[in-house]
Design a binder for this molecule. Structure first.
Ligand code: HDD
Length: 697
């Protein structure tokens, strides 16, 4: 770095610089090449004469184009599309009792985190709202090293053994010959694989539920999925399952809404997260654990090492051990969100693995993939990946080495390094260093490629999940299966899938078969009898324990047109703000509308570009004339029709009534005037309305 350049120190790594806002500049504001040579002209190539050929010696041009040509790196093979944010984690007192991990020891102390949410199947440029599992990856920069909790928004997984992961992903990604569909599981190869893998059935219930069409990244739960171990100061281990519970509540979209959102705003969830943090509405999650011992595990009717199983919260409640707040957007998408490298093998003293065969395979894959994605074994030196505690070892050299290691000694033990102690150093720390727990290690066994008997029950929890849901969610799930299987061209695959569904719930299978206009086949063979487990109402989103309680963080669209009552708009905006939500004034023209008193009502969005799917509830503040004009505008009619169809609250002024009528809005609890009732209604969706607007399977 040239002397005197205005840069700041990078995060966590003394040798990295952050370029200040407004672009790179020398103190006197000149552009330079990467070699620090001042550029005299950044507009024109070097040519032989004003209209002549370009000269090869133009190193300014060549360097610039060369760099541009290499600006992209390979996208992640899965979870390519992601959005991220910085924040912090604070432990509660309960945490230190379970684990000696440094970040759990001092309640209230902030540990920095970087969290990346993602879809799984689509490419980096795909839309935000396909039906897909969402990644929920958290990097904790603890004082004893980085801990990565690389989870999803669903507590189970498709497969039990990591050796099946490439098959799973190949089947869901674009088909090998035709290169489509993008970011969609509704196609032959996915359902072919799934129908042949009964162990995926429980996950399929979740994947077809409303969980995979979340309203916002802020309204998702997160799960560590595998059983992990926490290790206390005495070395005692406790099994845990990690849960992230959003303070914002758990909320999803309707399928029709998710599909329309993909067109209206492909970046809907990325924008939502960025804007919320930008306006100071920081999303927050509580970290909880289901903690248990071997005796508890042995008494369960399923294996805690099987990642296709949950422990229902009614069987074992979640104990909160800390909270996480996301309060800062990335400065640079590429440097941070794209280059962040998570790895489930990144753990710290006080946390340990179990023998879950899916987890064990993951421990290899992530480190390996970073080398192909980031191009060098030194990816850990990138600011976003670098620990914020000292790093000291004798790993050296490699592509893009950023450190200038001094001295002769690059081996251990040695007595030549400046830091060397009498016995040659630096050395290991047997007491405080990471030591693998011996719990569970007393097994002498044959080397086998087998699946344990205790992993054989593929249907009981799938049945429990389906039957625990609210009827509205059951109908969504059933319709999702009909939708997806309707895109499967090969009938034998549909039939095989129906056979599996009979084991989950004969009524579900029948409804799907009816939706496909197919006969219901016999149940497929099950390797273990299907059990009727206690139901778990905690699994519901609709009318569930974690449904949003108020309108905090919601966006409310206020539709105006020429002649609208500007005072009423102001009053409504104030009430919405007061309730902690965001008001968006939407007008036919972005320049705003002329209020009844002649004054301008400024707009935040133009009607055609801000359909009602982008907000959580709508208010129509229209005069008789304004409404009459909008009756001829399809976007306005659709605006209202969709809000009604998506079960959202609709507040309307007297003058707006003809628009309600034209959009087919029928009176119900969710259709109000513009008073306090509207603010209360805007907190939720009106599920009772659904049978009136949609035929579900
Ligand atoms: Fe994975 C990325 C979550 C199983 C191999 N995975 C990745 C990301 C998340 C998960 C959230 C994105 C991280 C980021 O934002 O950069 N993966 C999971 C969960 C799993 C799971 C919750 C099961 C419980 N994954 C899994 C298996 C394998 C992988 C079984 C391989 C054997 N996953 C990868 C990967 C990725 C990845 C290829 C792609 C990009 C990356 O790692 O950094 O290594």
């Amino acid at each position: 770095m040239a002397k005197g350049m205005t840069t700041e120190r990078g995060v966590g790594d003394e040798t990295h610089q952050r370029v200040p806002e407004g672009g790179p500049h020398t103190p006197d504001g000149h552009l330079t090449t990467n070699q620090g040579v001042r550029i005299s002209d950044n507009q024109n190539q070097l040519k032989a004469g004003p209209r002549g050929p370009v000269l090869l010696e133009d190193f300014v041009l060549r360097e610039k184009i060369f760099h541009f040509d290499h600006e992209r790196i390979p996208e992640r093979i899965v979870h390519a599309r992601g959005s991220a944010a910085h924040g912090y984690f604070e432990a509660y007192e309960a945490a230190a009792k379970l684990s000696k991990a440094d970040l759990f020891q001092r309640p209230g102390e902030k540990t920095p985190v970087f969290v990346r949410f993602s879809t799984v199947a689509g490419g980096a440029g795909s839309v935000d709202t396909p039906r897909d599992v969402r990644g929920f990856a958290v990097k904790f920069y603890t004082q004893e090293g980085n801990w990565d909790l690389v989870g999803n928004n669903i507590p189970v997984f498709f497969i039990q053994d990591a050796i099946k992961f490439p098959d799973l992903i190949h089947s869901v990604k674009m088909e090998a010959d035709r290169g489509y569909p993008q970011a969609a599981s509704a196609h032959d190869t996915f359902w072919d694989f799934i129908s042949l893998m009964p162990e995926a059935t429980h996950m399929i219930m979740w994947a077809m539920s409303d969980r995979t069409i979340p309203r916002s990244l802020r309204t998702m739960e997160g799960f560590g999925i595998h059983t992990f171990r926490l290790v206390d100061a005495k070395g005692k281990t406790t099994f845990v399952k990690f849960h992230w519970k959003p303070r914002q509540g758990v909320a999803s979209t309707l399928w029709d809404e998710a599909v329309k959102l993909a067109g209206a705003d492909p970046d809907f969830q990325r924008r939502d997260l960025f804007e919320a943090i930008d306006r100071g509405d920081f999303p927050e999650w509580e970290l909880g654990v289901q903690a248990f011992d071997q005796t508890f595990a042995d008494a369960l009717p399923y294996d805690v090492l099987d990642p296709t199983k949950i422990i229902p919260e009614e069987v074992l409640p979640v104990t909160p051990i800390g909270r996480m707040v996301l309060d800062r957007n990335p400065d640079n998408f590429f440097a941070e969100t794209e280059q962040v490298a998570y790895c489930p093998a990144n753990i710290v003293p006080g946390i340990d693995f179990t023998d879950d065969p899916l987890l064990q395979g993951r421990l290899f894959s992530y480190l390996d993939t970073q080398k192909s994605r980031l191009g060098t074994a030194n990816f850990n030196q990138l600011p976003i990946n670098a620990p914020k505690c000292p790093v000291m070892n004798f790993q050296r050299d490699g592509m893009m080495q950023m450190q200038v290691h001094k001295g002769r000694a690059n081996y251990e033990p040695n007595s030549l390094a400046e830091t060397a102690g009498e016995d040659g150093g630096p050395r290991e720390c047997p007491v405080t260093g990471f030591r693998t727990t011996q719990d569970g290690a007393d097994i002498v066994a044959e080397k086998l490629r087998v699946r344990p008997e205790s992993f054989a029950d593929h249907y009981s929890q799938a049945r429990m999940f389906f039957r625990s849901l609210d009827p509205a969610e059951q109908a969504h799930l059933t319709s999702a299966l009909v939708f997806e299987l309707s895109k499967v061209a090969i009938e034998a695959i549909r039939t095989r899938m129906l056979s599996n569904l009979v084991n989950v719930d004969p009524d579900l299978a029948k409804r799907v078969a009816t939706g496909l206009a197919m006969d219901l086949p016999k149940a497929s063979k099950t390797p273990a009898p299907v059990q009727d487990l206690e139901l778990s109402p905690a699994l519901r989103i609709v009318e569930g324990p974690r449904a949003p309680k108020d309108i905090k963080g919601h966006a409310i669209g206020i539709l105006v047109a020429d002649g609208s009552d500007a005072n009423a708009v102001e009053k409504l905006k104030a009430a919405i703000k007061e309730a902690g939500a965001v008001a968006k004034v939407i007008a036919p023209k972005i320049g705003g509308a002329k209020g009844a008193d002649g004054a301008l009502i400024p707009a935040d969005g133009q009607l055609a570009g801000t359909p009602s799917v982008t907000v959580d509830a709508i208010a129509l503040v229209l005069s008789d004339d304004g409404c009459a004009a909008l009756l001829k505008e399809a976007a306005a009619v659709q605006f209202v029709m969709d809000a009604f169809g998506h079960l959202k609250a609709i507040g309307a002024s007297e003058g707006a009534k003809p628009l309600l009528e034209k959009a087919g809005v029928e009176p119900d609890e969710g259709v109000t005037d513009l008073g306090v009732d509207f603010i209360a209604a805007a907190a939720r969706r009106f599920w009772d309305r659904e049978p009136k607007v949609r035929m579900l399977a």
